[in-house]
Design a protein around this ligand. Structure first.
Ligand SMILES: Cc1ncc(COP(=O)(O)O)c(C=O)c1O
Length: 432
């Protein structure tokens, strides 16, 4: 009898957390690693949010609370989501979670039976793909093409929809590409969903980067397209908007109160409730009038960094990078670099069992980390199915400009270090 259930072996993971011990090992040995692998803003949460959390803890607001989320916070969320998306959301349709992440797996558990198909963006946030087989569903990656600015067309989505499609995951602004869909694109995507899917099919719209949008654009939600509110789960949270990843406050607006109750029941089963003092901090974040300008300032800082680093990346031989419209990542194509360095040929020479666990951009990622002390993420970390032959990296711009410039310098040096790469491959360690 095996120790682990089959289910346990079928779940994937988020490599952003997996690379941590490699970095810690290098730092322990005295190396200074430039960390452009992190998906969290390098800002402190606003003063008024921290003050409110402290105030609540001092007031002993630290007991069990409503598993769906405390009512004042759900009301604040309902108001914010209604105002920003032109909807009329009630607090009973809101459910609060410890971060934006749990509702991804919960949605898959709540809506999907074994054999149902889940369409999700690739490259995309790794948890979309990693959960699918765990719930017995079938992964259907929707490939975001560089030439389309890392969005997709209605035709591309239509080609993937079948009678087994149950959940369609969208993420704009996108991690890892920074792609943003225009209102017109969202309308055509919505038209396909309304036309081809029954009313029980759900769109999970991950809008966690809603407040980090560049070039004067405003965030648009597919839920705002007429007919889509009844089919869309709007997911967001405070991790990115308020630089509060450790606060673990996320939420979703469900099409109906009945669906919110199903999510609430998973909360009860898994963790009972979310710390009430942090929820009060979340309420303060959404209600305080200083929060809007604070978020706009942060987004502007990211935009300035984007411009500087984008130009530097595009000046590197063998690297091309599209301009992201939001979030805080750059997603350069490093095909030329991989070719010049010998990573493509080295990958082909690897034994089959190792090749299955790595890719040319993974080899470069690990080489850059161990030989040039630069931490970035590889393309495979954002959906492995159908990623063969795609050579990209994700660089987070959640670091100060000097660190970012040093990161690009290390990337350039690593890209030219053919001898070092040959040595790395010959040593045969840390290949994935
Ligand atoms: C697209 C996307 N969704 C959800 C999350 C999860 O956020 P949280 O830390 O609030 O769970 C992230 C975090 O990186 C993300 O990039």
């Amino acid at each position: 009898m095996p120790l682990f259930a089959e289910r346990t072996l079928s779940i994937g993971t988020g490599n952003a957390f997996k690379i941590g011990p490699h970095i810690a090992g290098l730092e322990y040995r005295g190396h200074s690693v430039v960390k452009l692998n992190l998906g969290e803003p390098d800002f402190s949460a606003p003063r008024w949010v921290k003050d409110e959390v402290i105030r609540q803890i001092e007031a002993d607001n630290s007991h069990y609370c409503d598993p769906q989320g405390i009512l004042p916070f759900r009301q604040a969320i309902a108001r914010q989501v209604s105002a920003s998306r032109g909807l009329d959301v009630s607090a009973e349709r809101v459910c609060v979670f410890p971060g934006g992440k749990p509702s991804i797996g919960f949605a898959q558990q709540i809506y999907c039976n074994p054999g149902d198909e889940i369409i999700y963006p690739s490259p995309g946030f790794p948890i979309y793909e990693s959960f699918v087989r765990y719930v017995g569903a079938v992964p259907v990656p929707l490939h975001l093409r560089e030439a389309n600015g890392f969005t997709f067309t209605a035709e591309e989505l239509a080609a993937l929809i079948t009678h087994r499609t149950k959940l369609i995951i969208l993420n704009f602004p996108s991690n890892p590409t920074g792609g943003v869909a225009t209102p017109e694109q969202l309308r055509t995507i919505a038209a396909v969903v309304l036309d081809m899917c029954g009313p029980e099919v759900r769109v999970y719209s991950d809008e966690i980067y809603e407040n980090i949008v560049f070039d004067g654009q405003a965030h648009c939600s597919i839920a705002s397209v007429p007919g889509m509110e009844a089919r869309t789960i709007i997911s967001s949270g405070l991790s990115k908007s308020f630089a509060w990843t450790g606060g673990r406050i996320g939420y979703a607006v469900l099409p109906t109160a009945e669906e919110a109750a199903a999510f609430k029941n998973l909360n009860i089963n898994y963790f009972s409730c979310i710390p009430p003092y942090n929820q009060e901090g979340g309420r303060e974040a959404l209600e305080n009038p200083r929060s809007g300008p604070w978020m706009a300032d942060m987004a502007q800082t990211f935009e300035k960094r984007r411009d500087v680093i984008l130009e530097r990346l595009n000046a590197l031989e063998g690297v091309t990078c599209r301009k992201p419209g939001g979030a805080f990542y750059l997603f350069p194509n490093i095909s030329g670099l991989c070719e010049r360095l010998g990573a493509l040929a080295a990958f082909e020479r690897l034994p089959e069992d190792i090749r299955r666990q790595t890719s040319p951009s993974t080899l470069f990622q690990m080489f850059a980390l161990y030989h040039h002390h630069l931490a970035v993420m590889d393309r495979r970390s954002f959906g492995a199915i159908g990623a063969d032959g795609l050579h990209f990296l994700r660089l987070s711009i959640a670091a100060d400009l000097e660190t970012l410039k040093e990161g690009v310098r290390r990337l350039e040096r690593a890209g030219r270090d053919t001898d070092g790469f040959a040595g790395f491959m010959a040593a045969g360690a840390n290949l994935f």
